[in-house]
Structure formats: structure tokens, C-alpha cells
Design a protein around this ligand. Structure first.
Ligand code: ZN
Length: 137
């Protein structure tokens, strides 16, 4: 496999993940409508959020690809881009944080709360009391 194949393969994977994001957006919307009888406006918001999540995940993929290129450049004796590399890694951290936040909004992820007494992390919808110390939440 030459470089061109590698790049286009990556591109297809990326396009595929965009497509999947769109499909899961539709799926979540219909589930939400069925289960909670949500208003059209809410469904539209969930679809919008899911597209945003897919977009952010693509940004993560792109950043990872760039990091891979930088690491390889360094390996073959090119410029040492350590600062840019760290910046990219931090960018991915913040993208992940943003994705996690949006997934809570769409109901895809549980909101995690921290027990005010012992500091344990608890899934918000699961428990009314802290499993560690019994504090009412
Ligand atoms: Zn506790």
C-alpha cells in the first residue's frame, strides 16, 4: 500500500464516521420522540447536538492525524514540533471535554456527580444516596 492509498483510506474512514454520526443522530431523534414524546423543537436540538458531536469527533481524528504526521517527521529527522504537538494534544483534551458535555445533553452519557462528603463519583440518575458513605444526594 502506498501513501496515496493510506490517505484516501483515512478519508473514507472519516467520511464513513460522518455518515454514521448522521445516522445515529436520526436514530436518537426517533428514540427520543417515541420514549418521551418530546416536542419537535427538542428533537431538532438533539439532532443538531449529534451533528456537532460528529463534527467534534472528526476534529479529534484530524488532530490525531496531524500528530501522527508530526511524530513521523520528528522520527525521520524533520523539525521538532514539540510545542505544536503539545498544543494539539491539549486541543484533543478540550474536544473530548466538549464531546462529553454534549453527550450528556443528548442523553447519550450519564451526568456524573461528586459526593459532597466523600468525593465519590456517582451517576446522577442511578442513586439517590452515595454508595460509599450513604449521604443523601
Ligand atoms: Zn459519599
Amino acid at each position: 500500500m502506498n501513501d496515496m492509498n493510506g490517505i484516501s483510506g483515512k478519508l473514507y474512514a472519516l467520511l464513513d464516521s460522518v455518515k454514521k454520526g448522521a445516522e445515529s443522530a436520526g436514530e436518537t431523534a426517533s428514540n427520543a420522540a417515541y420514549m418521551a414524546g418530546k416536542k419537535g423543537e427538542d428533537i431538532y436540538n438533539v439532532v443538531k447536538l449529534n451533528f456537532k458531536i460528529a463534527e467534534l469527533k472528526n476534529d479529534v481524528d484530524n488532530a490525531l492525524t496531524e500528530i501522527g504526521k508530526m511524530v513521523y517527521q520528528t522520527h525521520i529527522g524533520g523539525d521538532d514540533n514539540q510545542e505544536i504537538l503539545l498544543e494539539k494534544l491539549r486541543e484533543i483534551d478540550s474536544l473530548h471535554a466538549e464531546i462529553a458535555e454534549l453527550e450528556i445533553k443528548t442523553g447519550k452519557a450519564e451526568k456524573i456527580i461528586t459526593c459532597p462528603v466523600c468525593g465519590s463519583e456517582i451517576q446522577a440518575s442511578d442513586h439517590a444516596y452515595c454508595g460509599q458513605c450513604g449521604t443523601k444526594l
